[in-house]
Design a protein around this ligand. Structure first.
Ligand code: ADP
Ligand code: MG
Length: 532
């Protein structure tokens, strides 16, 4: 009876793409995302100017930022963006590399598909290739110790080459390495761990980039509440208060019932007394700096100023917590809970002249530090911040794992050759998939060459030649075009940047290539007159 009638199993708002069409669509999407950011790869990569829907302008060369700012529609494109986001979350660098790699893996897959290699074979081959690459990377990795300042500086430098930081790179890399070493902890098993939140970055527009500094303490975007307070306090003892420094009417009312105007006078007298008492309690602990998360009543400000206390009000909760960590202080609710032990210590608290910034610096043993960046424009300090953030993350990665690999396309060329050998040892159809996987690595040196204005084919040939004769650190000098020992040149990166990039790129490509049916549910249209 039903013969000839199609059986409808999907709702009408589901858009469906299948088979070759679905595969093609995913491949195109992944390639498009990769193509969008590949021109930023490497020190000589270009910048992108992005304008978001509210008209804000961002100029950056940072893959993660670009992908974050542009919104992509296609599900496969979204997955590629996710690769970049994960890369950024997990390691803080290598986002362009990871994205470009997925693009290349999908491009290779496209060729295999057109040769009628089954997607399952490709997906499987890619995973084998990935496992092999991780093994090879481990073999190529070089150790870096906690005090190996020289290499840590090079790692920071490599992550920031080509970014806006260029003119002050040396100084900033030094600041970054110091900062991360200061907040690093050792676990009981002797492992080094760093909490990235312990390095805060603050920005000040107006000064030049050279004035960047490492603050062993905190920088708070507030100026003193009262002009009569000192702008600078040395040998600072800092009180952190969560509640407002004021008295509520009910507090007073509870004590006296106002019936006559005489009592009214007493009221304000008592109020004044209570306010003075708040200030006195703080001063009695020895505090000479106050950070209050809420407001400070005028009278309290006045009494604090009289005692030479520098006070800030409405300090953000985050900054309060950060200050507690950096200064070794305890946040209390009210002045009566304040003790000497609760105070944080610093060499100096200073509201920078003509700014809204107060710097509390020179803590003995800070568990958290602040990098204060300066620059002549907001765009510049924003890009500086991204560069410094990357640098801090790679130094953290390198310290935590104690391993680095050699960059400039060297590790990728080595992988390319070794995985090809491995593929040959596997044979059959899987061999083709693993070879394709190996070939995808070409995209890194090729793109580095292209972005630096050199012939990619020539450079690739030269690189492979060098590696074939055992120069395993040979990479591309993007400034001269020469093939040089990148380890000697100091172009090194944390092992984790590469392992994470390869893992997530391979896994995503392997997943995407096996999709042959896409069912996309469109948002249901609201019915006419339907209630919200
Ligand atoms: P990603 O977002 O992947 O970190 P980058 O734009 O930071 O992208 O480029 C990273 C690539 O540039 C890495 O392959 C790295 O080895 C390479 N690279 C960095 N500095 C140099 C250099 N001085 N010479 C050659 N290659 C470099
Ligand atoms: Mg980078």
């Amino acid at each position: 009876m039903l013969a000839g009638q199609p059986v409808v199993i999907l709702r009408e708002n589901v858009e469906r793409t299948r088979g070759f069409e679905a595969q093609r669509s995913n491949i195109m999407a992944a390639k498009a995302v990769a193509a969008a950011i590949r021109t930023t790869l490497g020190p000589r990569g270009m910048d992108k100017m992005l304008v978001n829907s509210s008209g804000d302008v961002v100029i950056t060369n940072d893959g993660a930022t670009i992908l974050h700012e542009i919104s992509v529609q296609h599900p496969a494109a979204k997955m590629v963006v996710e690769v970049a986001e994960t890369q950024d979350d997990e390691v803080g660098d290598g986002t362009t590399t990871a994205t470009v790699l997925v693009g290349a893996l999908m491009e290779e897959a496209e060729k295999l598909l057109s040769q009628e290699i089954h997607p399952t074979v490709i997906g499987h081959g890619y995973l084998l290739g990935m496992e092999k690459s991780l093994e090879i990377l481990d073999d190529l990795a070089i150790s870096v110790g906690f005090d190996d300042r020289e290499n840590l500086l090079k790692i920071a430098d490599t992550a920031t080459t080509g970014k806006a930081i260029e003119g002050v790179k040396e100084k900033l890399s030094g600041i970054v390495v110091d900062a991360v070493q200061l907040v690093a902890d050792k676990t009981d098993e002797g492992r080094i761990v760093v909490d990235e939140d312990d390095v805060m970055i603050k920005k000040q527009v107006g000064e030049t980039m050279d004035d960047a500094e490492l603050v062993r303490g905190v920088v708070i975007d507030k100026k003193r509440v009262f002009e009569q307070m000192p702008r600078v306090v040395t040998d600072a003892r800092v009180a952190l208060l969560a509640q407002p420094l004021e008295i509520t009417k009910t507090q007073v009312k509870a004590k006296i019932k106002i019936t006559t105007s005489d009592q009214m006078k007493a009221f304000s007298e008592q109020e004044r007394e209570a306010l003075k008492h708040l200030a006195d309690q703080i001063v009695a602990t020895g505090a000479n700096v106050v950070l209050c998360q809420k407001g400070i009543a005028d009278a309290v400000q006045f009494y604090l100023a009289k005692h030479g206390v520098l006070a800030l009000e409405d300090v953000k909760e985050n900054d309060m917590k950060y200050a507690a960590r950096a200064l070794g202080a305890t946040i209390v609710n009210k002045p009566e809970e304040l003790t000497e032990e609760a105070l944080g210590r610093a060499e100096k608290a200073e509201q920078l002249a003509d700014t809204e910034l107060t710097v509390i610096s020179g803590c003995q043993n800070p568990k958290a530090v602040t990098i204060l960046l300066r620059g002549t424009s907001q765009l510049l300090v924003d890009e500086l911040e991204r560069a410094v953030y990357d640098a801090a993350r790679v130094v953290q990665d390198a310290l935590e794992d104690g391993k680095f690999v050699v960059g400039g396309g060297s590790v990728e060329t080595e992988l390319l050759l070794r995985i090809r050998d491995y593929a040959a040892s596997i044979g059959g159809r899987a061999q083709m998939a693993i070879e394709a996987f190996a070939n995808a690595f070409e995209v890194i040196p090729r793109t580095l060459a292209e972005n630096s204005g050199f012939d990619p084919i020539d450079k690739l040939v030269a690189l492979k030649k060098a590696h074939a004769v055992g120069q395993k650190y040979a990479g591309l000098d993007v400034y001269t075009g020469a093939v040089v020992d990148m380890k000697e040149a100091g172009v090194i990166e944390p092992l984790r940047v590469k392992t994470q990039a390869i893992k997530s790129a391979s896994e995503t490509a392997s997943l995407l290539v096996r999709v042959d049916d896409m069912m996309i549910t469109q948002p249901a249209k609201k019915r006419e007159g339907a209630e919200e």
